[in-house]
Design a protein around this ligand. Structure first.
Ligand SMILES: [Zn+2]
Length: 67
């Protein structure tokens, strides 16, 4: 697939934050399937996911690199 160099500004930091968010989500889902999490554990994973998402959104706003 051809893609012009200017079409997508690559941002390593954005990619890293996106990767972290998907990691947190995948691990949370994996743990949930593995065994039932306590409400405390579930809340902790929810916090981690919101934090990762907030960091990604903050970065987009500051950097203006929307993906
Ligand atoms: Zn960026």
């Amino acid at each position: 697939m051809l893609r012009t160099l200017t079409s997508v500004p690559s941002c390593i930091e954005h990619e890293r934050l996106e990767f972290e968010l998907s990691e947190v989500r995948m691990r949370g889902q994996y743990l949930t399937r593995l065994r039932s999490l306590s409400s405390y554990e579930r809340a902790a994973w929810d916090r981690r996911e919101s934090k990762a998402l907030a960091e990604l959104v903050d970065h987009e706003l500051e950097h203006g690199c929307n993906g």
